[in-house]
Ligand binder design. Structure first.
Ligand SMILES: NC(=O)c1ccc[n+]([C@@H]2O[C@H](COP(=O)([O-])OP(=O)(O)OC[C@H]3O[C@@H](n4cnc5c(N)ncnc54)[C@H](OP(=O)(O)O)[C@@H]3O)[C@@H](O)[C@H]2O)c1
Length: 223
C-alpha cells in the first residue's frame, strides 16, 4: 500500500514520513511544488540509515493522490479545503486520513486555541467535502506532535486516537499507526468523536509551553 502524504513537506508530514519509511511503508511526499517534495525526501533520507530509505519519493500533491492507495492529509486548516479540492477527483474510494487540527494560529491568532468549524471538526469538514465520493475519512495523528515524530532517536510516547464512520478503514489506520514503535492505537468510534480528539492538541501545546518542553503526548490508562 502506498501512502500519499499530502502537504508532506511540513513538520507533521515529514515526521510521519520518517516513521513510516523506517517501518518499511511505501511513502510519497506530496507538495504543491515537486521540487520542494524532492527536497523533503532528501531530508527524510538524511535522518535515516542507508538501508532504511528505498521506499520514498516526492511529487506534486495531485500526482501523489493519483498514485497513493491511502491519502494522508497534513496541511494547516486554511489549506484543508483548497488542497482537498485539488486532489478530490483522484480520491475515489480510498482511505483519507485527516490529521488537521483547527488552531487559531492558522487564522493569525494563538496556536494554543482551538477554533470551531461549522462541521464540528476538521475531519468532518473533510468528510463533507468528499460526501459525494466513496472516500473513507478517518481522523488520526492529531495528538502526536511533529517534534516527537522527528525525534527519531526515541520512540513516540503517545496513543493515537482514531475515529471513522467506516469500521474497516478505522481498523486499517489503527494498524498503520501501530507500525510506529510504542504508539498504541485506540478505537474512538465514529468520526464525530474527532471533535473531542482535535481539541486535545491545543491543550498539549499549552502544556509544552508551560513546561518548556516539546514532546507532550497523551496516554489513556485503564484500558
Ligand atoms: N506540527 C505538529 O506538531 C502537528 C501535530 C498534530 C497535528 N498537526 C496538524 O497537521 C497539519 C500539518 O501540520 P504542519 O505543522 O506540518 O503544517 P505546516 O508545516 O504549516 O504545513 C504543511 C504543508 O502544508 C502546505 N501548505 C501550507 N500552507 C498552505 C496553503 N495556504 N495552501 C496550500 N498548502 C499549504 C505546505 O506544503 P507545500 O508548500 O509543500 O505545498 C506545508 O509544507 C496541521 O493541520 C496541523 O494542525 C500538526
Amino acid at each position: 500500500m502506498k501512502i500519499a502524504i499530502i502537504g508532506g513537506t511540513g513538520d507533521q508530514g515529514l515526521g510521519l514520513a520518517l516513521r513510516f519509511v523506517k517501518a518499511g511503508e511505501d511513502i510519497i511526499i506530496g507538495s504543491r511544488d515537486a521540487k520542494k517534495a524532492e527536497n523533503a525526501v532528501d531530508m527524510v533520507k538524511e535522518m535515516l540509515e542507508d538501508g532504511e530509505v528505498s521506499n520514498i519519493h516526492g511529487s506534486t500533491n495531485v500526482d501523489a493522490a493519483k498514485e497513493g492507495d491511502i491519502i494522508l492529509l497534513t496541511v494547516p486548516l486554511q489549506a484543508q479545503i483548497v488542497t482537498l479540492r485539488s486532489i478530490k477527483e483522484y480520491i475515489g474510494d480510498k482511505i483519507v486520513i485527516d490529521a488537521t487540527v483547527p488552531l487559531d494560529g492558522c487564522l493569525g491568532g494563538r496556536p494554543t486555541r482551538y477554533v470551531d468549524v461549522w462541521q464540528g471538526s476538521a475531519a468532518e469538514r473533510t468528510a463533507e467535502l468528499l460526501e459525494n465520493t466513496d472516500a473513507k475519512v478517518v481522523s488520526a495523528f492529531n495528538n502526536i506532535s511533529a517534534a516527537s515524530l522527528l525525534n527519531i532517536k526515541d520512540d513516540v510516547d503517545c496513543d493515537c486516537l482514531v475515529s471513522s464512520d467506516d469500521e474497516k478503514a478505522r481498523k486499517e489506520v489503527m494498524a498503520l499507526a501501530e507500525k510506529i514503535p510504542n504508539v498504541r492505537s485506540l478505537d474512538c468510534g465514529p468520526l464525530e468523536n474527532a471533535r473531542i480528539v482535535e481539541k486535545i492538541t491545543p491543550l498539549l501545546i499549552n502544556l509544552n509551553i508551560r513546561n518548556k518542553i516539546k514532546l507532550a503526548g497523551l496516554r489513556i490508562t485503564g484500558l
